[in-house]
Design a protein around this ligand. Sequence first.
Ligand code: CU
Length: 407
Amino acid sequence: MSSRLLVIFPLLACFSLVPVHAQETGAASPSDSDGPVVAAIGDIDVDEEDHDHSDHDHSDHDHSDHADIAAGDDEVWHVDAWHEHSIKHDRVDSHAPAFLMGDHVHEAGEWMVEYKYASMFMDGNRSGTTRLTDQQALDFIGTVPPGTPGVTAYGATPINMTMQMHMIHIMRGITDHVTAYVMPMWMDNTMDHRRRNGTYFTTNNSGFGDLNFGALWRIYDGCSDELIVNLRFSAPTGDIDNVTSIPTGSPSEFPYPMRLGHGTWDARPAITYRSYGERHSFGLQGSFDLPMGINDSDYRVGNEYRATAWLSYLLDCEKRLAATFRIEGLWRSNYVGADPQLNPNLISTADPDMRGGDYLNLGYGMMYMLRHGGRLNVEFTNPVVQNLRGVQLETDWSFAASYSKAF
Ligand SMILES: [Cu+2]
């Protein structure tokens, strides 16, 4: 199955070149013995039908399945005893709520594949914390004083926007504490507008987004907690020069929020702390999105900083079902520079000084681990506070859902 993945994502080739540490070393410690052990369990799984060990996400070794196998096989019981009986394993909430990334690592040699869908819906404009009518948004003069030569009220305003993302997330444990990953994504942005004359138009832009990749390094692995550093980058694979003929009749570039990427390489470091109790777990994550340099359209999108805390509560004694609650602070700065193709006096979405904002978001989620080891994860978020620079569409709600499986 790894050959199939290599065909799809050549970047993964480098993952496969890294030798699996566990198979190079002797049986000096339990974790060093995992290579042959997993092989032994794999053989038994094939023979004994429904126990598919390959489904097990490393971060959640399913000991109940192991115990079933062990009932008929002393050798496997022996093997099972070597596995860590940590409170951190065997539970659905070893993954974070669906919107979060970089929250867990995998064991050396283990793969995880995840499909994630996310959407965000924005309806209506606001300036600062004040909601505006469509007419007020059209009449907004912007960041320069009224009466300045060449500055008029807008010819059109966005009235709502839907952003959708489809992502494939592939992770591979390089060692027991270092996991590499890549996240190709497809974006689909749709925006409805109203012109000053009362007519409406809709634009759509879709295509590959920026390619995110990196490595997770678990720098602390305690009995019931852990600390994971995320060294994440994004490559400028999303198009920032796509054009549409819809508003004017001749091709013109999409305004900033409709574009598919940043046009720059971004450093996106993060750090995550996880702590587990018998019935609950909690996590803290701080993350940055720091675009580097200036793109070939002469601008750089804003920096972004997120701080989030979440609580997961297990709802069943098998620890397969959990409810999550999350709170997130998000700070985003305005852009640096400006694309000369865009005229910020025509519409607010063409103004690089109307991109920043501060948000306080709440998230509500559920996660469920299926019998075969796959995991479903859903989360809704909505802002309870948003303070936007200039005039911008406000965010109403966001939704993320994913299915992941480790093998
Ligand atoms: Cu994973």
